[in-house]
Design a protein around this ligand. Structure first.
Ligand code: ME8
Length: 679
């Protein structure tokens, strides 16, 4: 019996225009689902749309539609996008479907009968944009932030809020909140605090990555409150009515979270027994608390098991700000598909940033990644031997040393790939596999099939073709979940119906030929591609003559740190010898934390290829959160005399670019090893 594997994405707000953030989670889930299917698991992959709530109702009214008409139209945007992106979901759930509503009403009735839900008069700050209540301190802090006041004097701000001198704001949207008093229904979530902690302790992998788990544990240190799970229908009719109080509708998050169970049909039914608890809920870090604290306690109250894992990935950002419709900075995944194709879009999104961390979107990086990995490495591996497509492979047999070495690389690369896929480390899985792609290309150089053909060494040529086509098969089979179209094509050219994960050079039948074809990916020129992506190339966007930089002398006592201030005017020309005095190396950030005495400084531990990591203090805390830096490659001046910055020694300096309000650390495009010389 194949082992079940149930994976889900969030159900997206139907109102939103899907962007690469939504595409990211769904592609990640699709890749994981395809990989598990390839390995024989009984996979169920669920996605869908979240269709209730005030925002939907308002958007529909604006367009002169009923809410139902509106969601019937808008949810299609997601379905269309998933089709374009090659997403093979097994089920698409909509929260307006009767099958979902029935289950939600059943859950509510059950909790009501058990006494887990009770009515209470409640007064609080309500945000219509976030559709939730916030505490005094939360809305006061958000109001303070909006005023751009530096420190937050909590007590003073709350006092002003209560006196009506400060307009409270929603921490999510920044919009003004309203004070509302109403009777509502509450779920006794506070009763689950200890059980939640015990569950997380007993199931250490149930929230991943580790830093997200720690965030939830931190949240659970504060007393947990009961959860308001209703909204008066008079104010918000667009929702699922409570079965025991039909003049109320269910809070959208109670409604939405239940989708993961409702999509499996009745509790105790065939699908439910087969797939629950889910193996993994993939979500963005923005909705971690809902998926752990709220959802786990709801399930516990219902006598159901929590999911085996909630994996919260990071955000795609634009200039370090979260991509979102309200900020108007969203990137349309279809644009990427038009320019790069489906496979490359899927590849890029998962290759570029470690799963779990934030990453800044850059069209230049997408083009470079495309040209280097897909054109130079992968496509090349397939195309370089295309002229011998009609030449049969030789018999499988004992491998000469060169071929045996290639097989060892294949074993190592695929084992690495497997291990990384188990923990959803897509980037690292691809990096592991790329060792084989590069080794395959190197093997072509060394084995030199053109020379064998020229010298009439047909026996060795047939052997070399076997090794190379087997490598093509292995790479295309493992890469298939990421790039299904291109890999399907490679496998078809080899005469195979689909992926074959065996790591051996005796899989293809003796005498098999291949089918020739065009290169899988063709190099893209940077400038026209940037234009096609809607991003002006820097050269075109720059003013004809840059204004002369104003010279500013750094404060006398301050040691030089890498921070975005105007540099002192540099001499017009220096000799190469002057330049060569600076030792520059690539470093990998091992850890990063806030400086104990300075808000703008971070203290990094950086591997620069020496026996011990260096400690580097850098003035980049306003632009980078410590957790965003771990694992990144940076450029370090390694022969700068050590200096103390606010009491902490800095053994070098990192390079960063930008004006006084933006800064970007300088990272190499390729993952060159720590300690690589920069010249
Ligand atoms: O929160 N980077 O729906 P939503 C990476 N309906 N991922 C991103 C992203 C970004 N910039 N922006 C969005 C909801 N996402 C609720 C969910 S589930 C029971 C209910 C992805 O449309 C990421 O997965 O706002 C994030 O968690 C999700 O979209 C939020 O989608």
């Amino acid at each position: 019996m194949p082992v079940p594997y149930y994976i889900t994405t969030p159900i997206y707000y139907v109102n939103d225009v899907p962007h690469i953030g939504h595409a990211y989670t769904t592609i990640a889930a699709d890749v994981a689902a395809r990989w598990q299917r390839l390995n024989g698991r009984d996979v169920r992959f669920l996605t869908g749309t979240d269709e209730h709530g005030q925002k939907v109702m308002r958007a529909a009214a604006k367009l002169g539609r009923t809410s139902q008409e509106h969601v019937d139209i808008t949810h299609e945007r997601f379905k269309t996008l998933w089709t374009r992106l090659g997403i093979q979901y097994d089920d698409f759930i909509r929260t307006t479907e009767p099958r979902h509503q029935e289950v939600v009403r059943g859950f509510l009735q059950q909790l009501w009968e058990k006494g887990e839900i009770y009515p209470k008069d409640y007064a609080g700050w309500y945000s219509t944009s976030a559709e939730r209540f916030w505490s005094d301190e939360e809305v006061a802090e958000a109001a303070w932030k909006a005023l751009k006041s530096p420190a937050f004097p909590a007590e003073e701000a709350v006092a002003k809020l209560k006196a009506g001198e400060l307009v409270g704001r929603c921490p999510d949207s920044g919009q003004a909140v309203e004070w509302i008093t109403e009777r509502n229904y509450f779920f006794r979530m506070s009763a689950y605090q200890e059980r939640l902690l015990a569950h997380i302790e007993a199931n250490p992998r149930c929230i991943q990555p580790e830093n997200r788990k720690n965030e939830v544990l931190g949240f659970l240190k504060k007393p947990l409150e009961d959860l308001c799970i209703s909204r008066p229908a008079a104010r918000l009719p667009w929702g699922i009515p409570l079965p025991f109080a039909e003049d109320y509708v269910t809070y959208v998050w109670f409604d939405a979270l239940s989708n993961y169970v409702s999509a499996l049909g009745p509790v105790g039914g065939e699908l439910h027994r087969r797939y629950w608890p889910a193996d993994v809920h993939l979500v963005g870090k923005d909705i971690l608390t809902f998926h752990t604290v709220y959802w786990f306690s709801m399930l516990m109250a219902l006598g159901l098991q929590p999911p085996k894992q909630v994996y919260a990935h990071g955000w795609w950002t634009i200039k370090r700000e979260k991509m979102s419709k309200s900020l108007g900075n969203v990137i349309d995944p279809l644009k990427l598909v038009d320019v790069f194709g489906v496979d490359a879009t899927r590849y890029f999104l998962l290759r570029e940033i470690p799963f779990g961390y934030d990453g800044d979107y850059s069209p230049d990086a997408a083009i470079l990644r495309f040209n280097s990995d897909l054109v130079n490495d992968f496509s090349n591996l397939v195309h370089r031997i295309v002229k011998w497509a009609g030449t049969p492979v030789g018999e499988a047999g004992p491998l000469p040393e060169l071929d045996a070495e290639l097989l060892v690389v294949a074993e190592r690369a695929t084992a690495g790939f497997r291990a990384q896929m188990e923990t959803l480390q897509f980037r690292d899985a691809l990096e592991a596999l790329w060792e084989l792609v590069r080794a395959g290309n190197k093997y072509v150089d060394t084995a030199a099939p053109w020379a064998l053909a020229k010298n009439g060494d047909t026996a060795r040529l047939a052997q070399v073709l076997r090794a190379l086509r087997e490598v093509q098969r292995i790479v295309a089979s493992y890469l298939h979940p990421f790039c299904p179209t291109a890999c399907g094509e490679v496998l078809a050219r080899l005469g195979l119906a689909g992926p074959d994960l065996r790591v051996a050079f005796d899989v293809l039948p003796a005498g098999a030929t291949a089918r020739a074809g065009d290169p899988l990916f063709m190099r893209l020129d940077i400038e026209p591609t940037l234009v096609a992506l809607g991003a002006a190339p820097a050269a075109l966007a720059a003013p004809a003559e840059a204004p002369a930089p104003k010279s500013k002398t750094p404060p006398a006592k301050e040691a030089p740190v890498s921070e975005p201030v105007a540099a002192p005017a540099a001499p017009a020309n220096i000799t190469y010898d002057d330049f060569a005095k600076i030792a520059l190396r690539i470093g990998v950030v091992l850890s990063a934390e806030k400086h104990p005495n300075a808000d703008r400084l971070l203290v990094l531990k950086v591997d620069v290829g020496e026996p011990e990591p260096r400690q580097i203090v850098a003035g980049i805390a306003k632009v980078y959160a410590p957790e965003d830096l771990v694992g990144r490659r940076i450029t370090v001046v390694t022969n700068l005399a050590p200096a103390k910055l606010r009491g902490v020694e800095s053994q070098g300096m990192l390079l960063a670019a930008g004006g006084s309000d933006i800064a970007s650390i300088l990272s190499p495009i390729h993952d060159v090893p720590a300690g690589s010389i920069v010249k």
